[in-house]
Write a protein that binds this ligand. Structure first.
Ligand code: NAP
Length: 262
């Protein structure tokens, strides 16, 4: 693989994905940009090509469309120049669960989970065989916090974090780096798309701050990067508490509190 592998970024037409495109271009990586809005990607690519001289391909795809998704999977399987996948495309959904239309819920799950796992699955065998490569999955702190009241969105992000942790354990020993990035509220279009005015949020991070921090975690090969979490020890404590439970989870007999009373 070349010293600077090409990077395929989904959701590269705006926000976090467009900022990753900018940063990887300035680091000298060729790019493959994926999203629905081709014109926006063309405009971003034109500026980055001029400024950095890198090569940029554009793949227009709606990742909830099985045919479009298959085309991106094929590109990841076949294009051996691609050594980094940034699984960033995602959306949120406003309103409460009972008010959300099932079609919207289905599309959200398809984009935030199915596309993420299918794209990782397309590229992982090639990376594992090569003994190198990186998969970056953009998750969210909402996946840690049902209390934040975004049940379906949070569930999709819990899926992304778990998937990343599992893949990190599976693929890490084969030389493949897997990172989950957990942003909190970040100033991008996702809020407007979900019907929320970002200016009504109490605390919002700028997208450049978020992506630059995520790249510090990437360079350190962190499995989990949570840019807004100032006390890293809190995450460590959470992991230690979870792992302490593991030996107790395999039992022949149900716990005493579940034994039927006679
Ligand atoms: P954004 O500006 O709305 O960007 C979302 C990107 O995904 C856009 O490029 C969009 O492009 C693309 N996309 C949306 N639907 C798509 C589809 N069906 N097929 C292909 N591409 C699609 O929002 P963002 O904040 O940068 O979001 C990026 C990621 O960060 C998401 O996974 C999100 O869940 C996560 N995140 C964001 C925040 C936040 O507060 N901003 C916090 C935590 C996590 P097109 O419309 O051109 O397709």
């Amino acid at each position: 693989m070349a010293r600077n592998p090409a990077v395929l970024i989904t959701g590269a037409s705006s926000g976090i994905g467009a900022t990753y495109a900018d940063r990887f271009a300035r680091r000298g990586h060729d790019l493959v940009l994926v999203a629905r809005d081709k014109e926006r990607m063309e405009a971003l690519a034109a500026g980055l090509r001029d400024e950095t001289g890198i090569a940029i391909d554009i793949l227009q795809a709606d990742l909830t469309n099985p045919g479009d998704l298959a085309a991106v999977e094929k590109r990841l399987r076949d294009d051996r120049r691609i050594g980094v996948l940034v699984n960033n495309a995602g959306a949120a959904l406003g309103g409460s669960f009972v008010a959300q239309a099932v079609e919207d819920v289905g599309r959200l799950v398809a984009l935030n989970t199915t596309a993420v796992v299918r794209l990782a699955s397309a590229v992982a065998p090639r990376f594992a065989e090569a003994g190198e490569g990186a998969i970056v999955n953009i998750s969210s702190v909402v996946g840690l916090a049902p209390e934040f009241g975004m049940s379906v969105y949070g569930a999709t992000k819990a899926f992304v974090t778990f998937l990343s942790q599992g893949l990190s354990l599976e693929l890490g020993p084969k030389g493949v780096y897997v990172q989950a990035v957990l942003p909190a509220a970040t100033r991008t279009e996702i809020w407007k798309r979900a019907g929320v005015d970002v200016n009504t949020l109490p605390v919002v991070m700028d997208v450049a701050e978020l992506v630059d921090a995520a790249l510090v975690g990437f360079d350190r090969r962190e499995p989990i990067t949570i840019p807004p979490l100032h006390d890293a020890g809190q995450w460590d404590t959470y992991q230690i508490a979870r792992q302490a439970m593991l030996p107790g989870l395999r039992q022949e007999r149900a716990a005493a509190r579940y034994q039927p009373s006679v």
